[in-house]
Design a protein around this ligand. Sequence first.
Ligand SMILES: [Zn+2]
Length: 442
Amino acid sequence: MSKADKKKAPDRMERIVNLAKRRGLVFQSSEIYGGLNSCWDYGPIGVELRRNVKEAWWREMVWSRGDIVGLDCSILMHPRVWEASGHVSGFTDPLVDCKKCKSRFRADHPDVLAKHAETCDGELTDSRQFNLMFRTFMGPVEESANVVFLRPETAQGMFVNFGNVLDTQRRKLPFGIAQQGKSFRNEITPGNFLFRTREFEQMEMEFFVKPGEEAQWYDYWKKERFDWYLRLGIKPDNLRMREHESDELAHYAKGCADVEYKFPFGWSELEGIASRTDFDLKQHAEWSKKDLSYFDEESRERYVPYVIEPAAGADRATLAFLVDAYDEDEVEGETRVVLRLHPRLAPVKVAVLPLMRKDGQPEKAQEIFAQLRPHMVAQYDQAGSIGRRYRRQDEIGTPFALTIDHQTMEDGTVTVRDRDKTSQERVHESDLLAELLRRITG
Ligand SMILES: [Zn+2]
Protein backbone atom coordinates (compact mmCIF):
# COMPACT_ATOMS: atom_id res chain seq x y z
CA MET A 1 0.00 0.00 0.00
CA SER A 2 1.44 3.38 -0.96
CA LYS A 3 1.65 6.33 1.44
CA ALA A 4 -0.99 8.19 -0.53
CA ASP A 5 -3.40 5.27 -0.15
CA LYS A 6 -2.85 5.11 3.60
CA LYS A 7 -3.72 8.77 4.01
CA LYS A 8 -7.04 8.65 2.22
CA ALA A 9 -10.23 8.67 4.28
CA PRO A 10 -11.19 5.32 5.80
CA ASP A 11 -13.63 3.37 3.63
CA ARG A 12 -17.17 2.61 4.66
CA MET A 13 -16.30 -0.70 6.32
CA GLU A 14 -13.47 0.88 8.34
CA ARG A 15 -15.76 3.68 9.49
CA ILE A 16 -18.30 1.12 10.68
CA VAL A 17 -15.65 -0.94 12.51
CA ASN A 18 -14.36 2.27 14.13
CA LEU A 19 -17.84 3.31 15.22
CA ALA A 20 -18.48 -0.19 16.58
CA LYS A 21 -15.41 0.07 18.77
CA ARG A 22 -15.84 3.72 19.78
CA ARG A 23 -19.46 3.31 20.87
CA GLY A 24 -19.24 -0.10 22.52
CA LEU A 25 -20.88 -2.29 19.88
CA VAL A 26 -18.00 -4.65 19.13
CA PHE A 27 -14.53 -5.05 20.66
CA GLN A 28 -11.70 -7.29 19.59
CA SER A 29 -11.55 -10.41 21.76
CA SER A 30 -8.84 -10.35 24.48
CA GLU A 31 -7.77 -6.94 23.25
CA ILE A 32 -5.48 -6.15 26.22
CA TYR A 33 -3.43 -9.22 25.23
CA GLY A 34 -3.13 -8.13 21.64
CA GLY A 35 -6.39 -9.69 20.48
CA LEU A 36 -7.32 -13.15 19.21
CA ASN A 37 -7.58 -13.42 15.46
CA SER A 38 -11.13 -13.21 14.10
CA CYS A 39 -12.77 -13.38 17.54
CA TRP A 40 -14.99 -10.50 18.60
CA ASP A 41 -16.80 -9.43 21.77
CA TYR A 42 -20.15 -7.67 21.70
CA GLY A 43 -20.06 -4.62 23.98
CA PRO A 44 -22.95 -3.15 25.98
CA ILE A 45 -24.59 -1.64 22.86
CA GLY A 46 -23.74 -4.48 20.46
CA VAL A 47 -25.12 -7.19 22.72
CA GLU A 48 -28.50 -5.44 22.68
CA LEU A 49 -28.43 -5.20 18.89
CA ARG A 50 -27.66 -8.89 18.42
CA ARG A 51 -30.23 -9.92 21.04
CA ASN A 52 -32.81 -7.88 19.14
CA VAL A 53 -31.86 -9.55 15.84
CA LYS A 54 -32.20 -12.96 17.46
CA GLU A 55 -35.48 -12.06 19.10
CA ALA A 56 -36.88 -10.70 15.84
CA TRP A 57 -36.02 -14.05 14.24
CA TRP A 58 -37.50 -16.09 17.11
CA ARG A 59 -40.65 -13.97 17.17
CA GLU A 60 -41.13 -14.50 13.44
CA MET A 61 -40.16 -18.19 13.32
CA VAL A 62 -41.60 -19.51 16.59
CA TRP A 63 -43.92 -17.20 18.55
CA SER A 64 -45.97 -15.78 15.71
CA ARG A 65 -46.59 -19.14 14.03
CA GLY A 66 -48.47 -22.21 15.14
CA ASP A 67 -46.35 -24.75 13.28
CA ILE A 68 -42.80 -24.31 14.63
CA VAL A 69 -41.41 -25.16 18.06
CA GLY A 70 -38.09 -24.22 19.62
CA LEU A 71 -35.19 -26.29 20.90
CA ASP A 72 -31.87 -25.61 22.61
CA CYS A 73 -29.38 -28.46 22.27
CA SER A 74 -26.00 -28.89 23.88
CA ILE A 75 -22.95 -27.88 21.88
CA LEU A 76 -21.17 -31.17 22.60
CA MET A 77 -22.94 -34.12 21.02
CA HIS A 78 -22.26 -37.82 20.64
CA PRO A 79 -19.35 -38.26 18.19
CA ARG A 80 -21.49 -40.64 16.06
CA VAL A 81 -23.72 -37.65 15.18
CA TRP A 82 -20.93 -36.19 13.06
CA GLU A 83 -20.16 -39.50 11.38
CA ALA A 84 -23.82 -39.92 10.45
CA SER A 85 -24.09 -36.34 9.23
CA GLY A 86 -21.01 -36.69 7.02
CA HIS A 87 -19.00 -34.04 8.85
CA VAL A 88 -16.19 -36.37 9.97
CA SER A 89 -15.44 -37.51 6.44
CA GLY A 90 -16.63 -34.61 4.34
CA PHE A 91 -16.52 -31.30 6.22
CA THR A 92 -13.16 -30.27 4.84
CA ASP A 93 -11.42 -27.51 2.92
CA PRO A 94 -8.34 -28.05 0.75
CA LEU A 95 -5.30 -26.64 2.56
CA VAL A 96 -1.74 -25.79 1.52
CA ASP A 97 1.17 -24.75 3.77
CA CYS A 98 4.00 -22.40 2.87
CA LYS A 99 7.21 -24.28 3.68
CA LYS A 100 9.05 -21.03 4.37
CA CYS A 101 6.75 -18.77 6.42
CA LYS A 102 4.46 -21.59 7.64
CA SER A 103 1.30 -19.71 6.67
CA ARG A 104 -1.72 -21.77 5.69
CA PHE A 105 -4.05 -21.05 2.82
CA ARG A 106 -7.15 -22.39 1.12
CA ALA A 107 -5.87 -24.15 -1.98
CA ASP A 108 -9.04 -23.10 -3.81
CA HIS A 109 -8.54 -19.35 -3.21
CA PRO A 110 -6.17 -18.30 -6.01
CA ASP A 111 -6.42 -14.59 -5.13
CA VAL A 112 -5.12 -15.23 -1.60
CA LEU A 113 -2.30 -17.43 -2.94
CA ALA A 114 -1.32 -14.76 -5.45
CA LYS A 115 -1.18 -12.14 -2.68
CA HIS A 116 1.07 -14.37 -0.58
CA ALA A 117 3.37 -14.94 -3.57
CA GLU A 118 3.91 -11.16 -3.79
CA THR A 119 5.63 -11.06 -0.41
CA CYS A 120 7.03 -14.58 0.07
CA ASP A 121 8.87 -16.90 -2.32
CA GLY A 122 8.31 -19.98 -0.15
CA GLU A 123 7.33 -23.25 -1.80
CA LEU A 124 3.81 -24.53 -1.12
CA THR A 125 3.03 -28.08 0.03
CA ASP A 126 0.64 -30.28 -1.92
CA SER A 127 -3.00 -29.63 -1.10
CA ARG A 128 -4.54 -31.81 1.62
CA GLN A 129 -8.02 -32.00 3.13
CA PHE A 130 -8.38 -30.16 6.43
CA ASN A 131 -11.39 -30.91 8.66
CA LEU A 132 -13.03 -27.74 9.91
CA MET A 133 -14.42 -29.20 13.15
CA PHE A 134 -12.83 -28.21 16.45
CA ARG A 135 -11.86 -31.32 18.44
CA THR A 136 -11.51 -31.62 22.17
CA PHE A 137 -11.53 -34.35 24.81
CA MET A 138 -14.43 -35.17 27.09
CA GLY A 139 -13.48 -36.05 30.66
CA PRO A 140 -9.99 -36.11 32.18
CA VAL A 141 -8.30 -38.57 29.82
CA GLU A 142 -6.91 -37.25 26.55
CA GLU A 143 -7.22 -40.31 24.36
CA SER A 144 -8.92 -40.97 21.07
CA ALA A 145 -11.88 -42.73 22.68
CA ASN A 146 -12.79 -39.46 24.37
CA VAL A 147 -12.67 -37.18 21.33
CA VAL A 148 -15.70 -34.94 20.92
CA PHE A 149 -16.35 -32.07 18.56
CA LEU A 150 -17.65 -28.57 19.07
CA ARG A 151 -20.70 -28.61 16.82
CA PRO A 152 -20.09 -27.05 13.39
CA GLU A 153 -23.84 -26.41 12.97
CA THR A 154 -26.96 -26.45 15.14
CA ALA A 155 -29.04 -28.36 12.59
CA GLN A 156 -28.08 -31.87 13.72
CA GLY A 157 -29.59 -31.14 17.15
CA MET A 158 -32.99 -30.83 15.51
CA PHE A 159 -32.58 -34.03 13.50
CA VAL A 160 -31.50 -36.19 16.44
CA ASN A 161 -34.37 -34.79 18.54
CA PHE A 162 -36.98 -35.24 15.81
CA GLY A 163 -38.48 -38.27 17.57
CA ASN A 164 -38.52 -36.56 20.99
CA VAL A 165 -40.33 -33.54 19.64
CA LEU A 166 -42.77 -35.69 17.69
CA ASP A 167 -43.58 -37.82 20.76
CA THR A 168 -43.94 -35.01 23.27
CA GLN A 169 -45.53 -32.18 21.24
CA ARG A 170 -48.24 -34.09 19.31
CA ARG A 171 -47.18 -32.50 16.04
CA LYS A 172 -48.59 -33.17 12.60
CA LEU A 173 -46.68 -32.55 9.38
CA PRO A 174 -45.77 -30.00 8.20
CA PHE A 175 -44.02 -28.60 11.24
CA GLY A 176 -40.66 -27.11 12.10
CA ILE A 177 -38.06 -27.10 14.87
CA ALA A 178 -36.03 -23.94 15.40
CA GLN A 179 -32.82 -23.35 17.30
CA GLN A 180 -30.35 -20.54 17.93
CA GLY A 181 -26.89 -21.15 19.30
CA LYS A 182 -23.14 -21.11 18.97
CA SER A 183 -21.34 -23.18 16.34
CA PHE A 184 -17.64 -23.52 15.63
CA ARG A 185 -15.69 -23.96 12.42
CA ASN A 186 -11.92 -23.87 12.24
CA GLU A 187 -11.90 -21.70 9.11
CA ILE A 188 -8.54 -21.46 7.36
CA THR A 189 -9.17 -17.87 6.34
CA PRO A 190 -11.65 -16.04 8.55
CA GLY A 191 -12.15 -12.33 8.05
CA ASN A 192 -14.24 -9.31 7.17
CA PHE A 193 -15.01 -8.34 10.76
CA LEU A 194 -18.07 -10.28 12.05
CA PHE A 195 -18.70 -11.91 8.67
CA ARG A 196 -16.51 -15.02 8.90
CA THR A 197 -15.44 -16.04 12.39
CA ARG A 198 -14.49 -19.41 13.86
CA GLU A 199 -17.03 -19.08 16.65
CA PHE A 200 -20.41 -17.81 15.55
CA GLU A 201 -24.09 -17.95 16.33
CA GLN A 202 -26.62 -19.62 14.07
CA MET A 203 -30.38 -19.29 13.69
CA GLU A 204 -31.58 -22.47 12.01
CA MET A 205 -34.94 -24.10 11.40
CA GLU A 206 -35.74 -27.55 10.05
CA PHE A 207 -39.19 -27.72 8.44
CA PHE A 208 -40.45 -31.29 8.03
CA VAL A 209 -42.85 -31.94 5.17
CA LYS A 210 -44.49 -34.82 3.38
CA PRO A 211 -42.35 -36.08 0.46
CA GLY A 212 -43.71 -34.53 -2.72
CA GLU A 213 -44.58 -31.25 -1.01
CA GLU A 214 -40.98 -30.07 -0.71
CA ALA A 215 -40.97 -27.88 -3.84
CA GLN A 216 -43.83 -25.67 -2.67
CA TRP A 217 -42.34 -25.32 0.83
CA TYR A 218 -38.91 -24.54 -0.60
CA ASP A 219 -40.41 -21.64 -2.55
CA TYR A 220 -42.44 -20.57 0.47
CA TRP A 221 -39.40 -20.38 2.79
CA LYS A 222 -37.23 -18.63 0.23
CA LYS A 223 -39.78 -15.83 0.03
CA GLU A 224 -40.45 -15.71 3.79
CA ARG A 225 -36.79 -15.45 4.69
CA PHE A 226 -36.01 -12.88 2.00
CA ASP A 227 -38.90 -10.70 3.15
CA TRP A 228 -37.84 -10.91 6.82
CA TYR A 229 -34.75 -8.82 6.11
CA LEU A 230 -36.78 -6.29 4.13
CA ARG A 231 -39.39 -5.99 6.88
CA LEU A 232 -36.60 -5.13 9.31
CA GLY A 233 -35.38 -2.33 7.12
CA ILE A 234 -32.71 -3.77 4.78
CA LYS A 235 -32.72 -1.74 1.55
CA PRO A 236 -34.09 -3.84 -1.34
CA ASP A 237 -31.17 -2.82 -3.59
CA ASN A 238 -28.75 -4.45 -1.15
CA LEU A 239 -30.48 -7.83 -1.03
CA ARG A 240 -30.72 -10.58 -3.62
CA MET A 241 -31.53 -14.27 -3.88
CA ARG A 242 -28.99 -16.48 -5.61
CA GLU A 243 -30.11 -19.96 -6.64
CA HIS A 244 -27.24 -22.48 -6.56
CA GLU A 245 -26.15 -24.13 -9.80
CA SER A 246 -26.70 -27.89 -9.91
CA ASP A 247 -22.94 -28.53 -9.58
CA GLU A 248 -22.89 -26.55 -6.30
CA LEU A 249 -25.53 -28.79 -4.69
CA ALA A 250 -24.81 -31.57 -2.23
CA HIS A 251 -25.64 -34.96 -3.75
CA TYR A 252 -28.79 -35.35 -1.64
CA ALA A 253 -30.07 -31.77 -2.04
CA LYS A 254 -32.96 -30.87 -4.32
CA GLY A 255 -32.28 -27.16 -4.22
CA CYS A 256 -30.36 -24.50 -2.39
CA ALA A 257 -30.48 -20.72 -2.54
CA ASP A 258 -28.61 -18.00 -0.71
CA VAL A 259 -29.99 -14.72 0.51
CA GLU A 260 -27.07 -12.42 -0.27
CA TYR A 261 -26.30 -8.95 1.04
CA LYS A 262 -24.23 -6.31 -0.71
CA PHE A 263 -21.55 -5.76 1.93
CA PRO A 264 -18.81 -3.15 1.31
CA PHE A 265 -16.55 -6.15 0.53
CA GLY A 266 -18.99 -7.55 -2.03
CA TRP A 267 -22.14 -9.69 -2.33
CA SER A 268 -21.95 -12.36 0.37
CA GLU A 269 -24.19 -15.03 1.87
CA LEU A 270 -26.45 -14.05 4.75
CA GLU A 271 -28.61 -17.12 4.85
CA GLY A 272 -29.02 -20.38 2.96
CA ILE A 273 -32.35 -22.07 2.24
CA ALA A 274 -31.90 -25.73 1.38
CA SER A 275 -34.23 -28.52 0.27
CA ARG A 276 -32.47 -31.44 1.97
CA THR A 277 -34.80 -34.39 1.16
CA ASP A 278 -34.87 -37.16 3.81
CA PHE A 279 -31.07 -37.43 3.87
CA ASP A 280 -30.45 -36.31 7.47
CA LEU A 281 -33.21 -38.30 9.16
CA LYS A 282 -32.34 -41.41 7.15
CA GLN A 283 -28.66 -41.12 8.05
CA HIS A 284 -29.44 -40.82 11.76
CA ALA A 285 -31.96 -43.67 11.59
CA GLU A 286 -29.32 -45.87 10.00
CA TRP A 287 -26.46 -44.97 12.39
CA SER A 288 -28.56 -44.94 15.59
CA LYS A 289 -30.76 -47.91 14.59
CA LYS A 290 -33.77 -45.86 15.79
CA ASP A 291 -36.92 -45.37 13.77
CA LEU A 292 -37.22 -41.74 12.69
CA SER A 293 -40.20 -42.16 10.40
CA TYR A 294 -43.58 -40.47 10.69
CA PHE A 295 -47.02 -42.04 10.58
CA ASP A 296 -49.45 -39.96 8.57
CA GLU A 297 -52.88 -40.58 10.07
CA GLU A 298 -54.74 -39.03 7.15
CA SER A 299 -53.19 -41.12 4.40
CA ARG A 300 -52.40 -44.09 6.71
CA GLU A 301 -48.82 -44.13 5.35
CA ARG A 302 -45.49 -44.27 7.14
CA TYR A 303 -42.62 -42.30 5.65
CA VAL A 304 -39.47 -40.34 6.49
CA PRO A 305 -40.25 -36.62 6.13
CA TYR A 306 -38.41 -34.31 3.74
CA VAL A 307 -36.77 -31.21 5.13
CA ILE A 308 -36.54 -27.56 4.13
CA GLU A 309 -33.85 -25.72 6.08
CA PRO A 310 -33.47 -21.94 6.34
CA ALA A 311 -30.08 -21.44 8.04
CA ALA A 312 -29.08 -17.91 9.00
CA GLY A 313 -26.17 -16.43 10.94
CA ALA A 314 -26.94 -14.13 13.86
CA ASP A 315 -23.59 -12.35 13.56
CA ARG A 316 -23.85 -11.97 9.80
CA ALA A 317 -27.37 -10.63 10.10
CA THR A 318 -26.25 -8.23 12.83
CA LEU A 319 -23.42 -7.02 10.59
CA ALA A 320 -25.78 -6.59 7.64
CA PHE A 321 -28.28 -4.57 9.69
CA LEU A 322 -25.41 -2.45 11.03
CA VAL A 323 -23.87 -1.82 7.61
CA ASP A 324 -27.25 -1.10 6.04
CA ALA A 325 -28.22 1.33 8.82
CA TYR A 326 -24.94 3.27 8.79
CA ASP A 327 -25.41 6.72 7.35
CA GLU A 328 -23.80 10.13 7.43
CA ASP A 329 -25.87 13.22 6.80
CA GLU A 330 -25.96 16.88 7.70
CA VAL A 331 -28.09 18.37 10.47
CA GLU A 332 -27.95 22.09 11.18
CA GLY A 333 -24.76 22.46 9.17
CA GLU A 334 -22.95 19.64 10.98
CA THR A 335 -22.12 16.18 9.72
CA ARG A 336 -23.60 13.47 11.89
CA VAL A 337 -23.21 9.70 11.93
CA VAL A 338 -26.53 7.97 12.32
CA LEU A 339 -27.59 4.32 12.47
CA ARG A 340 -31.00 4.15 10.85
CA LEU A 341 -31.89 0.88 12.54
CA HIS A 342 -35.46 -0.40 12.63
CA PRO A 343 -36.83 0.59 16.09
CA ARG A 344 -37.24 -3.11 16.94
CA LEU A 345 -33.52 -3.68 16.39
CA ALA A 346 -32.22 -0.46 17.94
CA PRO A 347 -30.05 -1.26 21.00
CA VAL A 348 -31.45 1.69 22.97
CA LYS A 349 -35.07 2.63 22.30
CA VAL A 350 -35.25 5.97 24.03
CA ALA A 351 -32.98 8.61 25.56
CA VAL A 352 -34.22 10.81 28.38
CA LEU A 353 -32.59 14.23 28.42
CA PRO A 354 -33.23 17.15 30.77
CA LEU A 355 -32.67 20.36 28.80
CA MET A 356 -31.15 22.18 31.81
CA ARG A 357 -29.48 20.91 34.94
CA LYS A 358 -31.74 23.02 37.14
CA ASP A 359 -35.35 23.98 37.93
CA GLY A 360 -36.29 20.41 38.80
CA GLN A 361 -35.72 19.18 35.22
CA PRO A 362 -33.15 16.45 36.10
CA GLU A 363 -35.46 15.11 38.83
CA LYS A 364 -38.44 15.04 36.45
CA ALA A 365 -36.32 13.36 33.79
CA GLN A 366 -35.12 10.72 36.28
CA GLU A 367 -38.74 10.03 37.20
CA ILE A 368 -39.70 9.43 33.54
CA PHE A 369 -36.52 7.37 32.98
CA ALA A 370 -37.50 5.11 35.90
CA GLN A 371 -41.02 4.66 34.51
CA LEU A 372 -39.80 3.61 31.06
CA ARG A 373 -36.90 1.32 32.11
CA PRO A 374 -38.94 -1.81 32.90
CA HIS A 375 -40.46 -1.67 29.40
CA MET A 376 -37.57 -0.79 27.09
CA VAL A 377 -33.85 -0.13 27.04
CA ALA A 378 -33.49 3.55 27.96
CA GLN A 379 -30.56 5.87 28.61
CA TYR A 380 -30.36 9.00 30.73
CA ASP A 381 -27.94 11.73 29.69
CA GLN A 382 -27.50 15.23 31.09
CA ALA A 383 -23.90 15.89 29.99
CA GLY A 384 -23.18 18.51 27.32
CA SER A 385 -25.32 20.52 24.94
CA ILE A 386 -28.61 19.05 23.78
CA GLY A 387 -27.27 18.86 20.21
CA ARG A 388 -24.28 16.81 21.34
CA ARG A 389 -26.53 14.49 23.31
CA TYR A 390 -28.73 13.93 20.25
CA ARG A 391 -25.60 13.12 18.17
CA ARG A 392 -24.47 10.53 20.71
CA GLN A 393 -27.84 8.79 20.47
CA ASP A 394 -27.92 9.06 16.66
CA GLU A 395 -24.59 7.21 16.52
CA ILE A 396 -26.03 4.14 18.28
CA GLY A 397 -29.35 4.34 16.43
CA THR A 398 -31.64 5.37 19.30
CA PRO A 399 -34.93 6.09 17.50
CA PHE A 400 -36.46 8.45 20.10
CA ALA A 401 -35.12 11.13 22.42
CA LEU A 402 -37.25 12.83 25.05
CA THR A 403 -36.38 16.29 26.25
CA ILE A 404 -37.65 17.52 29.59
CA ASP A 405 -37.74 21.32 29.50
CA HIS A 406 -39.30 24.39 31.09
CA GLN A 407 -42.71 23.61 29.62
CA THR A 408 -42.63 20.05 31.01
CA MET A 409 -42.60 21.54 34.49
CA GLU A 410 -45.71 23.55 33.65
CA ASP A 411 -47.95 21.25 31.61
CA GLY A 412 -46.41 17.76 31.88
CA THR A 413 -45.57 17.43 28.16
CA VAL A 414 -42.14 16.41 26.87
CA THR A 415 -40.69 16.73 23.39
CA VAL A 416 -40.23 13.50 21.45
CA ARG A 417 -37.49 13.76 18.82
CA ASP A 418 -37.51 11.33 15.92
CA ARG A 419 -34.00 10.18 14.89
CA ASP A 420 -34.70 10.07 11.16
CA LYS A 421 -36.95 13.09 10.73
CA THR A 422 -35.16 15.07 13.50
CA SER A 423 -38.60 16.63 14.01
CA GLN A 424 -40.06 17.09 17.46
CA GLU A 425 -43.52 16.97 18.90
CA ARG A 426 -44.91 17.29 22.39
CA VAL A 427 -46.49 14.31 24.11
CA HIS A 428 -47.99 14.28 27.58
CA GLU A 429 -45.97 12.19 30.03
CA SER A 430 -49.00 10.03 30.82
CA ASP A 431 -49.20 8.98 27.12
CA LEU A 432 -45.46 8.43 26.65
CA LEU A 433 -45.17 4.73 27.36
CA ALA A 434 -48.06 3.71 25.10
CA GLU A 435 -46.89 6.04 22.35
CA LEU A 436 -43.30 4.76 22.41
CA LEU A 437 -44.36 1.11 22.48
CA ARG A 438 -46.66 1.74 19.52
CA ARG A 439 -43.83 3.32 17.50
CA ILE A 440 -41.27 0.63 18.40
CA THR A 441 -43.42 -2.36 17.53
CA GLY A 442 -45.39 -0.68 14.73
ZN1 LIG B 1 5.33 -17.93 2.78
